[in-house]
Design a protein around this ligand. Structure first.
Ligand code: SAH
Ligand code: SF4
Ligand code: F3S
Length: 466
C-alpha cells in the first residue's frame, strides 16, 4: 500500500487515516486497494498502523478453519484502540469486509457489537454511504446482499500510483460448487467484467507505473466478458492486453483445469508477454476423490492438459493447490496424489489439510479422515513439493534471466525482483531500477528465492511482439 502522499491526488486534502488489514487470496488484496480508492474522496488516506486511525477495515477470508476466530481475536485488540480513541474524544469506525463478513455477518454483530460496518465482497462500492450512516447513527450498518448493480460500474478509477506489479480482478464468483469450498457462497455466481472495461483499467494501471499485471478471478480462465462481437475468451483478452505498450508481463490466476481452452493454450505459445508460469490447482491425483470433490476432471485429463501446455510453452513452470484428507480419501488415493506430483514436477505449490466448512457438501460426509492422518499426509506431500521447488530453483543457477525489479532487496544496496517463473530474486544493485527489466545471472538458489548478480548494463527488455 502506498504512503499518504500517494493518495493525495486531486483537490481534496486528506485528513482521515484508514488502516486496512487483508487476509486471504489476491482478490482480497485487490479489493482492499479498491476500498481505499472508494474512500479517498471522503478524505481517507492509508495509515500504516491501526493506532489512532479514523477507520479500520478487516478484509477477511473464510476458506479454511479458524479464519473467523482470527477475525474475532483481531477485533478484540481493535476494540481497545477504538475505546482509547473515544476517550480522546475521537472516533474509530470499525468495518469487517470480505468473505467472513459475507458468511457470518450476523454472528459478527452479535459477538462484537462495537463493529460499525459489516460488508460483503459485492457491496464495497457502497462504502461511502455506509460510512456516512455509521458516522451519523449508533448501531451497525450491514450489507451482505448480492446487489443487482455491478460494483465495478460504481467504483472510481484507480488513482494511486501502482508499483511495478498490479492485480486486476476480471472475474468474480464461482458456479462450480466443489464439495469442500465456500467461495460460491461467499462470492456468489460467476460474473465476468466486459473486455473494454478490463483493457481500460489495464491501461490506467500501466499509466500509473505497472509493468506486470496479474488478472484475477476465482475461475479466471472461465472469463467470458462481453467484447465487441459477443462474449470473449481469456486467450483473446491476453492478446488484447499484449497490445498495450509498456505492459511487459501478463499473468492470470486462479484457473480451473476444465476451463483451459485451446485458444488460451495457444496464447502461451504465441504471446511473449504471457509469462511461462501457471497456477493450475488439481487438488488430488485420485479419480475417486476428484469425483467426490465434484471437480469434473480426472487425473489423466489433468496430465494431458499439462502435456499440451508444455508442448506450447516448453519452459512453462507449474504451480498447484492440493487438499489432503478430503472425506473418503484412502491411503491409495493419497498415493495417487503423490504419483501425480512426481509425474508433473511442480515449481511451487500450496497444500492444505481438508477443513470442513459449514454448509458445504463435504462437511457433512460420514467418512471424515482423522486429524493425525491428515497431518501425516500433509507432511509427506509438502516434503515432496519442497524437494521439487528446491530442484527447480537449483536448476536456475548459472542461467541468465530477465528480472522485473519490484523495489529494494533484503539488504541495503540490493534490488529485489521476480523472474518470469515468479521466483523472488535479490542482487546487488543501485536504487532507481524499480519497474525496469534487468538481466541477471543466477548465482545461488534457496528454498523460496534466488540470489543473482546484475549483468553490467541493465537493459530495458524490448517488447518482442511478433
Ligand atoms: N478457484 C480455485 C481455488 C480457490 S480456493 C480453484 O478452483 O482451484 C484456494 C484453495 O484453497 C483451493 O484450491 C483449495 O486447495 C483450498 N481450499 C478450499 N477450500 C478448502 C477447504 N475446505 N479445506 C482445505 N483447503 C481448501
Ligand atoms: Fe471453490 Fe471449486 Fe469454485 Fe475453485 S472452482 S472457487 S475450489 S468451488
Ligand atoms: Fe478467502 Fe474469500 Fe478469497 S474465502 S480465498 S478471501 S474468495
Amino acid at each position: 500500500m502506498s504512503d499518504e502522499s500517494g493518495q493525495s491526488a486531486g483537490a481534496k486534502v486528506n485528513t482521515r487515516r484508514l488502516h486496512v488489514i487483508t487476509w486471504g487470496c489476491q482478490m482480497n488484496v485487490y479489493d482492499s486497494t479498491r476500498m481505499t480508492d472508494v474512500l479517498a474522496p471522503l478524505g481517507y488516506a492509508p495509515a500504516e498502523a491501526p493506532d489512532g486511525a479514523d477507520m479500520v477495515i478487516l478484509n477477511t477470508c473464510h476458506i479454511r478453519d479458524r479464519a473467523a476466530e482470527k477475525v474475532f481475536s483481531e477485533l478484540g485488540r481493535l476494540r481497545l484502540l477504538k475505546q482509547a480513541r473515544e476517550a480522546e474524544g475521537g472516533r474509530m469506525i470499525l468495518a469487517v469486509a470480505g468473505c467472513v463478513a459475507q458468511a457470518e455477518g450476523a454472528e459478527i454483530l452479535a459477538r462484537a457489537p462495537y463493529v460499525d460496518i459489516v460488508l460483503g465482497p459485492q457491496t464495497y462500492h457502497r462504502l461511502p454511504e455506509m460510512v456516512a450512516r455509521a458516522s451519523r447513527a449508533a448501531g451497525a450498518v450491514i450489507a451482505t446482499d448480492f446487489p443487482a448493480e455491478d460494483k465495478f460500474d460504481h467504483l472510481p478509477e484507480a488513482s494511486a500510483p501502482s508499483g511495478p506489479t498490479a492485480f486486476l480482478t476480471i472475474q468474480e464468483g464461482c458456479d462450480k460448487f466443489c464439495s469442500f469450498c465456500v467461495v460460491p457462497y461467499t462470492r456468489g455466481a460467476e460474473q465476468s467484467r466486459p473486455l473494454g472495461a478490463v483493457v481500460a483499467e489495464a491501461r490506467r494501471l500501466v499509466a500509473l507505473g505497472a509493468r506486470e499485471i496479474t488478472l484475477l478471478g476465482q475461475n479466471v480462465n472461465a472469463w467470458h466478458g462481453e467484447g465487441p462481437h459477443g462474449p470473449s475468451t481469456l486467450g483473446h483478452l491476453v492478446r488484447a492486453l499484449a497490445e498495450i505498450p509498456d505492459l511487459a508481463r501478463i499473468r492470470y490466476t486462479t484457473s480451473h483445469p476444465r476451463d483451459m481452452d485451446d485458444d488460451l493454450i495457444a496464447a502461451h505459445a504465441e504471446v511473449p508477454q504471457l509469462m511461462p508460469f501457471l497456477h493450475l490447482p488439481v487438488q488430488s491425483g485420485a479419480d475417486r476423490i476428484l469425483a467426490a470433490m465434484n471437480r469434473r476432471h480426472t487425473a489423466a485429463d489433468y496430465l494431458r492438459l499439462i502435456d499440451r501446455l508444455r508442448a506450447a510453452r516448453p519452459d512453462l513452470a507449474l504451480s498447484s493447490d492440493f487438499i489432503v484428507g478430503h472425506p473418503g480419501e484412502t491411503e491409495a488415493d493419497f498415493a495417487a496424489t503423490m504419483a501425480l506430483i512426481e509425474r508433473v514436477g511442480f515449481a511451487q505449490a500450496f497444500s492444505f489439510k481438508y477443513s470442513p466448512r459449514p454448509g458445504t457438501p463435504a462437511a457433512g460426509a460420514p467418512t471424515q479422515v482423522p486429524e493425525a492422518e491428515k497431518d501425516r499426509r500433509l507432511q509427506a506431500l509438502q516434503a515432496l513439493l519442497r524437494e521439487q521447488q528446491a530442484a527447480f530453483n537449483a536448476d536456475c543457477v548459472g542461467r541468465t534471466v530477465d528480472v522485473l525489479v519490484t523495489g529494494p532487496g533484503r539488504r541495503p544496496g540490493q534490488i529485489g525482483g521476480r523472474t518470469p517463473w515468479l521466483q523472488p530474486v535479490h542482487a546487488d544493485g543501485p536504487d532507481g531500477l524499480a519497474g525496469r527489466i534487468v538481466r541477471v545471472k543466477i548465482v545461488a538458489a534457496h528454498q523460496n528465492s534466488l540470489s543473482a548478480t546484475l549483468l553490467p548494463h541493465p537493459q530495458e527488455q524490448e517488447r518482442t511482439q511478433a
